[in-house]
Design a protein around this ligand. Structure first.
Ligand SMILES: CCCCCCC/C=C/C(=O)SCCNC(=O)CCNC(=O)[C@H](O)C(C)(C)COP(=O)(O)OP(=O)(O)OC[C@H]1O[C@@H](n2cnc3c(N)ncnc32)[C@H](O)[C@@H]1OP(=O)(O)O
Ligand SMILES: NC(=O)C1=CN([C@@H]2O[C@H](COP(=O)(O)OP(=O)(O)OC[C@H]3O[C@@H](n4cnc5c(N)ncnc54)[C@H](OP(=O)(O)O)[C@@H]3O)[C@@H](O)[C@H]2O)C=CC1
Length: 289
């Protein structure tokens, strides 16, 4: 957590009222599972999907965060429940999917938003730190994807998966572990989009740019202050920007889209610099002219 313990992102009240282009029945009668569902992006997805008519099942490691979100959604008249789940444990993931299927009778959409990393020069990564990031972001995402796909195959009915990743088109300084993990998720998603098409399963990724959420507490204030300048729009995005991309992919609007990476970064992959650990002198070419 940052020294200042600052709060970032949208509140439940804001997410409940945020303007949306999606119809209130776009996901009517459907069930959506959202890992990391009480985090900044996952929470926005949960609110949007609930407002589109879906029953939402949110998971994460912290019971109190899930309870608060479920209470807010329920109070607003939406169907929601939360379950503690560490996506790194394959055993827990399988047990979770068995319970959800028994309780809900179906799942239509899985959004993998559980994830994260810490900023550090790659040369200093400890084996434990590397494993934490790879196990959470690559293995955890895979556990959820495969467990969902197996249930869809066994039920003879498809579904769709949205994996929240990171923009991997160029080196992102200070987070090489996560670029390795997310590149794996993107490659995996493209491969299984093909393998699982006969099962009626679509698999896509959303790659956010700098999106203001509580997850930003892991970065220094100085690094965060540069995030608006990482893209040609010269501003950060909100979790709602990512939620609406997930809405497009899960609803019938995304019905002919699979194996795709939808980048929502204000154009940051085309212009801009991101320095999660600060810009080293070596790269300050403007001072060396
Ligand atoms: C295109 C432009 C975009 C730019 C924006 C920035 C890019 C991305 C931003 C985001 O994604 S923000 C939202 C995501 N949220 C987070 O990242 C939250 C913080 N991260 C996590 O919680 C990660 O999931 C985690 C770090 C993998 C958590 O895993 P775990 O719970 O197992 O962690 P720990 O037990 O705390 O640590 C395990 C191990 O990892 C090493 N380590 C952890 N933190 C640091 C650190 N700050 N510095 C160095 N090393 C760290 C360390 O080895 C830990 O072991 P111990 O030393 O504690 O024994
Ligand atoms: N915000 C941004 O600028 C960007 C975000 N992203 C990615 O988007 C995703 C969501 O990030 P965001 O919402 O911003 O971050 P948050 O930190 O707010 O949310 C991440 C959530 O993931 C959950 N989580 C972490 N590890 C595990 C685990 N092992 N098992 C289950 N749940 C876990 C946490 O739940 P709990 O606290 O309960 O453990 C947390 O609620 C992440 O993958 C992130 O890296 C990508 C690019 C930019």
């Amino acid at each position: 957590m940052a020294e200042d313990g600052q709060r970032f992102g949208l509140s439940d009240a804001e997410l409940a009222a945020h303007r949306t282009v999606f119809a209130g029945d776009a996901m009517e009668g459907q069930v959506a599972v959202i890992s990391g569902g009480a985090g900044g992006i996952g929470r926005a997805v949960a609110w949007l999907y609930a407002r589109m008519g879906a029953r939402v099942v949110v998971t994460g490691r912290k019971q109190e965060k899930l309870d608060a979100l479920v209470a807010a959604l329920t109070e607003a008249g939406h169907a929601a429940r939360g379950e503690v789940l560490d996506v790194r444990s394959r055993e827990s993931v399988d047990a979770f999917w068995t319970r959800v299927w028994e309780a809900e009778g179906r799942v239509d959409t899985l959004v993998n938003s559980a994830g994260g990393q810490f900023p550090q020069a790659a040369i200093d990564f400890s084996p434990k730190g590397w494993d934490a990031v790879i196990n959470t972001n690559l293995n955890g995402t895979w556990h959820m994807m495969q467990a969902a796909a197996q249930r869809w195959r066994d039920a003879g009915k498809g579904g769709n998966i949205v994996n929240i990743v990171v923009v991997t088109t160029h080196g992102l300084y200070g987070v090489a572990h996560t670029i390795a993990a997310r590149s794996g998720v993107i490659g995996l998603s493209k491969s299984v989009a093909v393998e699982w098409a006969p099962l009626g399963i679509r698999v896509n990724c959303v790659a956010p740019g700098a999106i203001e959420t509580e997850g930003w507490n892991v970065y220094t204030e100085a690094a965060r202050a540069t995030y608006p300048k990482t893209n040609p729009m010269m501003r950060v995005g909100s979790a709602w920007d990512i939620a609406e991309a997930c809405g497009y992919l899960a609803a019938p609007s995304g019905g002919y889209v699979t194996g795709e990476v939808l980048t929502v970064d204000g154009g940051g992959q085309h212009w801009g610099e991101t320095w999660t650990t600060g810009k080293p002198d070596y790269f300050r070419t403007e001072d060396k002219a």
